[in-house]
Write a new protein. Structure first.
Length: 143
């Protein structure tokens, strides 16, 4: 049986990162969950990264995936550094990145998520024994 541990930033940590990124001229603060899974423990860390343009979100996630193949990365929230911090934190439970990012960036993230889901399904299918794979259909890449 696995246990779950979470190491996330506090409200004050997020505010400090928000203020630092805003002072540096960045446009958004991304909160990205990095999940490590093993037999005994699932550990979730939250990273905070500042970016200037919405088109940088997916390339950043791809870069993080490439650097740490043992972890799964997921964008959970985006804070707009040009808007009020407290107002955005008050809406924390009502949505993730959709509230701050433009529509095209949300669409890119949805495509990225589909690719990751396909990769996970394909890995699960390939890990099955030969006879199970022989008599089953492999996952189909999303369009």
């Amino acid at each position: 049986m696995a246990t779950y541990d979470e190491y996330g930033p506090s409200h004050d940590d997020i505010r400090a990162a928000f203020n630092t990124a805003s002072a540096s001229g960045a446009r958004y603060l991304l909160l990205i969950d990095e999940t490590l899974e093993d037999t005994y423990a699932i550990t979730n860390y939250t990273n905070m990264r500042a970016i200037n343009k919405p088109c940088e979100v997916v390339p950043l996630l791809r870069e993080m995936d490439a650097q740490a193949s043992y972890a799964s990365h997921r964008l959970t929230h985006v804070l707009d550094l040009k808007k009020d911090f407290d107002a955005q934190m008050a809406q924390w439970g009502k949505g993730g990145f959709e509230n701050a990012l433009p529509a095209f960036a949300v669409q890119e993230l949805a495509e990225y998520k589909k690719e990751k889901d396909f990769g996970r399904k394909q890995a699960e299918w390939q890990s099955q024994p030969f006879l199970a794979r022989l008599f089953s259909t492999p996952p189909i890449r999303p369009k």
